[in-house]
Design a protein around this ligand. Structure first.
Ligand SMILES: NC(=O)c1ccc[n+]([C@@H]2O[C@H](COP(=O)([O-])OP(=O)(O)OC[C@H]3O[C@@H](n4cnc5c(N)ncnc54)[C@H](OP(=O)(O)O)[C@@H]3O)[C@@H](O)[C@H]2O)c1
Length: 295
């Protein structure tokens, strides 16, 4: 997307920060960078980025300040001493974190006279700007102003005025991803224990998982409405079949750690009298008495 060049700062030049900074340079923006380990900015400096000596100087240099550090503690550690430079800026924190952390940082940033966006990068560095998308929440005005420039990082998607919304959706998407990876890793361990290469199995797994993801909207509708959702695939039948899955793993010498919790949940549903319900009914069993994030 073509957009007017802007002044942008990137704080944090790890694998993702360098990819972000590189994409913004590619898009023609004037960039200032800072990283704790300065040498990680060498290639960006060679490509025209200005290297700031401190976070304060880096923040002062640009209207838009993108933060991409390891975690929330690192963000606090870097921003606290630079608080005086934040006024009048827009700070977009693309560091992975929780909704509560995003709301806390939003209050801190706004309390120092700046606008805040939280972001969730739904891409790995090599995908940046080509595939995947980036979730944002917080200041709608800031999103509208900087959305065209931020498009250099991937399709920008605004999830709401609540600063915690992007982190909520980010973590929910990662939860779905890790569930899939966990199942796939168990599957390939099982396949390899029987002498087949994982590579032979991967295309079959991809087509099966693609077919299964087609059912996610109807499962979600069943969760929302509290209805059954998947006639013909009751939980009691699935709990019985799941036992075979674990037994075959035991026979092949495969640890069942990744899948055992799902088997236990299916059993708990049967014991709760939900055996003839569809798998969507399991969602209700995951709620604890603790607080529930709301967008
Ligand atoms: N890589 C991915 O695939 C990916 C995908 C989506 C989202 N993310 C998120 O993007 C963020 C950055 O990930 P990454 O892949 O760039 O991680 P990384 O390569 O491990 O880089 C971590 C960055 O944080 C800095 N840092 C860590 N602790 C610090 C501290 N106490 N003070 C100052 N700087 C500190 C590091 O500085 P030094 O260089 O000095 O160590 C480095 O710039 C994470 O929140 C991650 O979850 C990553």
């Amino acid at each position: 997307m073509t957009t007017e060049p802007i002044e942008v700062t990137v704080l944090g030049l790890g694998a993702m920060g360098r990819a972000l900074a590189g994409s913004l340079l590619d898009a023609g923006h004037r960039e200032t960078v800072w990283n704790r380990t300065a040498s990680r900015g060498d290639d960006l400096a060679a490509r025209g980025a200005v290297r700031a000596a401190t976070p304060t100087a880096a923040i002062a240099a640009s209207g838009l300040v993108i933060v991409c550090l390891l975690d929330h503690d690192a963000v606090r550690e870097v921003l606290q001493p630079a608080a005086g430079a934040v006024r009048g800026r827009t700070l977009a924190d693309l560091t992975n974190g929780t909704p509560a952390q995003a709301r806390e940082l939003a209050a801190w940033v706004e309390g120092h006279g700046a606008e805040f966006l939280d972001g969730g990068i739904m891409a790995v560095p090599s995908m940046l700007g080509r595939a995947g998308f980036v979730l944002y929440s917080g200041s709608r005005a800031a999103f509208e102003r900087y959305g065209p420039a931020l498009a250099a990082l991937g399709e920008p998607r605004f999830t709401g005025d609540d600063p915690g919304a992007a982190a909520l959706f980010d973590l929910a998407l990662l939860a779905a991803m890790y569930g899939m990876y966990g199942g796939f890793l168990h599957a390939v361990a099982l396949i390899r224990a029987s002498g087949w290469p994982a590579s032979d199995f991967a295309p079959m797994a991809a087509s099966w998982l693609t077919a299964m993801t087609a059912g996610l909207p109807s499962m979600a509708a069943a969760v929302d409405s509290g209805t059954d959702g998947t006639p013909g695939s009751g939980i009691a039948m699935q709990a019985t079949g799941f036992g075979n899955l674990l037994d075959a793993g035991d026979d092949a010498g495969i640890r069942s750690d990744l899948l055992a919790p799902m088997g236990a949940l299916l059993q708990r549903a049967v014991e709760a009298g939900l055996g003839d319900h569809g798998i969507a009914a399991l969602a209700g069993l995951l709620q604890t008495d603790g607080t529930k994030e709301a967008v």
